[in-house]
Design a protein around this ligand. Structure first.
Ligand code: B12
Ligand code: SF4
Length: 497
């Protein structure tokens, strides 16, 4: 009898990543691959290998019938290196995930096959082709967004939960009705919310004996009726969670209260900028009213929820004083945790399309597209000011004095906020990989350090192969094969703005 087909799924971790091989709060279990594994037919053996927590055994991978590798933009070069090595050894490789979905032609130079978009309903076809020993198609792509009902349970049993700082993550909904210019979620997951049945989410949460988990939903509170139902059903579970939502959720204090009663500890809010012009420019004006920031953040605090404020530096309206103003705002509003992101032209976003068109992208080294490195020419400040500024802002808010100034006092969130800040501080002061191969240097030296080297724009190629700035399309018409059945909305291909 022939032994079953074996597929190994790999989560790569980029070189120099400070959390690689560590059990830190920043190491979350790889939800995407547990989802892909769940759609693998039962007669195919499947395993998950996560480079964040283990060293890849290339001999083991080379022995599989197929290796599937996931890739965000920042770790795409690492994914490609693993893929190249395996193909050199004669192993079939398929790439999937958000980066390769927007850059399929680039990806296909490193793999036998590329799965574009979500895997549900398409991965089964890949497995069928493999089992039938048919040649894999160059591209697989679902013609429609798949329904989120009756999905198989993600295969978390293939992971070692003890290896992770955050062993359990879950997604209750996909898609986003907004379309911020720096984000590709709407294009990747659709501009309508798709939600999973409440009972299925609850059953999944009940299967996890641990207490703490993270909602991966981009916009947890978007579908108000649904989230009320879900949060209400969660109360008896007595779990604790954090998630992500928009700041205007504050206008519904009852919902914030329900979130806290359901176990919510805090919410990540995309505050993005203190400048109304920037907010308008990035198309976030519907949810973000700059003049209401203080009162809205206070509403989260009043409900007993911590706020993790996410800010973008380097927007076209930013000038060198943006760092000082933002840090002071974080103190004044007592934002318990701060994320500072360098504006990054990620494939699939309008920012990418515009920067590329304007010739402002200074490197296509994807490993630097981690929102900590400057990869474009900013407008109101220099690349060096931006690079130094983000490092300086991080160092300041996560200094002991900076943590003290933001910590909620005499509040149910005081201890969790302190622990979170200390963990974050460790990441900040250990380097986080700013500067790619020069990982950590910028972070260890005083704030005003020499600018990082950047290639001259003239040295930058016209763009990577198959460059298509924002659309998920059939890269080569006809090569994705016949449509795969699915339901839900059709994958939209927005006009290039
Ligand atoms: C969890 C998460 C992380 C985790 C990832 C690790 C982990 N173990 O989970 C952490 C916290 C480390 C992380 C870090 C970062 N993240 Co992040 N993250 C997410 C988040 C919230 C959820 C990802 C997820 O599980 N989605 C749910 C699954 C079901 O969707 P999926 O991952 O797309 O997988 C589906 C398909 O893509 C496909 N698929 C995926 N992989 C594979 C592999 C194969 C073989 C196949 C066949 C199919 C396939 O099938 C899946 C099921 O349909 C997303 C937001 C989002 N909406 O996805 C952002 C997101 C992926 N992150 C993003 C970014 C920008 C980052 C950071 C650069 C900075 C940051 N923090 O914002 C860093 C980069 C880290 C690094 N150096 O590599 C962007 C990615 C944009 C891009 N082009 O890369 C996203 C989309 C957020 C956004 N809206 O902009 N992130
Ligand atoms: S940043 Fe948030 S609100 Fe804006 S499009 Fe992305 S997921 Fe939606």
């Amino acid at each position: 009898m022939r032994s079953p087909m074996k597929i190994l799924l790999v989560a790569p971790c980029k070189e120099g990543q400070v959390w690689r091989g560590q059990k830190s709060h920043f190491v979350w279990s790889p939800y995407s691959l547990t989802v892909v594994a769940a759609h693998t037919p039962p007669d195919v053996e499947v395993g998950i290998r996560d480079e964040a927590v283990e060293t890849l055994d290339m001999d083991e991978l080379a022995g599989a019938d197929l290796v599937g590798i996931t890739a965000l933009t920042a770790n795409a070069p690492r994914a490609y290196r693993i893929a190249d090595e395996l193909r050199r050894r004669g192993t079939k490789v398929i790439l999937g995930g958000i980066h390769v979905s927007f850059m399929p032609q680039e990806a296909s130079t490193h793999a036998d096959s590329v799965l574009i978009g979500e895997a549900e309903g398409v991965w089964e076809q890949v497995c069928e082709d493999l089992k039938a020993r048919r040649p894999l198609r160059r591209y697989y792509k679902a013609p429609k967004f798949h329904s989120l009902e009756n999905l198989p349970r993600p295969r978390r049993d293939l992971l070692r939960p003890k290896a992770y700082g955050v062993p359990f993550t879950i997604m209750a909904s996909r898609g986003c009705v907004y379309d911020c210019s720096f984000c590709s979620t709407t294009r990747f997951m659709g501009n309508k919310f798709r939600v999973r049945p409440v009972r299925e989410v609850i059953a999944e949460l009940e299967s996890w004996p641990g207490k703490f988990f993270i909602f991966l939903d981009d916009l947890l509170h978007a579908h108000r009726k649904y989230i009320r139902e879900l949060l209400t059903a969660m109360i008896p579970l007595k779990k604790k969670f954090i998630g992500e939502t928009t700041i205007n959720t504050a206008d519904d204090p009852e919902l914030l209260d329900l979130t806290a009663r359901a176990g919510g500890l805090g919410m990540l809010l995309g505050i993005e900028s203190l400048s109304p012009e920037n907010i308008r420019d990035v198309r976030k004006g519907i949810s973000n009213k700059v003049e209401k920031y203080f009162e809205r953040i206070k509403a989260f605090h009043d409900a007993g929820l911590m706020v993790q404020g996410s800010f973008i530096f380097g927007l076209d309206g930013d000038t060198p004083d943006v760092f000082r103003k933002t840090v002071d705002f974080a103190y004044e509003a007592r934002i318990e945790a701060c994320n500072f992101a360098v504006l990054t032209p990620l494939p699939g976003t309008d920012v990418y399309a515009r920067m590329h068109r304007e010739g402002r992208i200074t490197t296509y080294d994807w490993s630097l597209y981690d929102k900590l490195n400057v990869v474009y020419k900013p407008k109101g400040l220099t690349a060096e000011q931006l690079q130094e500024g983000v490092v300086g802002a991080y160092r300041e808010v996560y200094s002991i004095a900076g943590i003290w100034k933001r910590l909620p006092l005499f509040h149910r969130a005081t201890i969790p906020a302190l622990l979170y800040n200390l963990a974050y501080r460790r990441g900040v002061y250990r380097g986080w990989g700013v500067g790619g191969e020069r990982a950590g240097i910028a972070w260890r030296v005083p704030f005003r350090q020499a600018p990082l080297e950047r290639p001259e724009p003239s040295a930058v190629a016209a763009g990577p192969p198959g460059f298509d700035p924002i659309a998920i399309t059939d890269p080569v018409p006809g090569e994705t094969g016949p449509p795969v059945p699915g339901d839900g909305a059709t994958l939209q291909v927005p006009a290039v703005g």
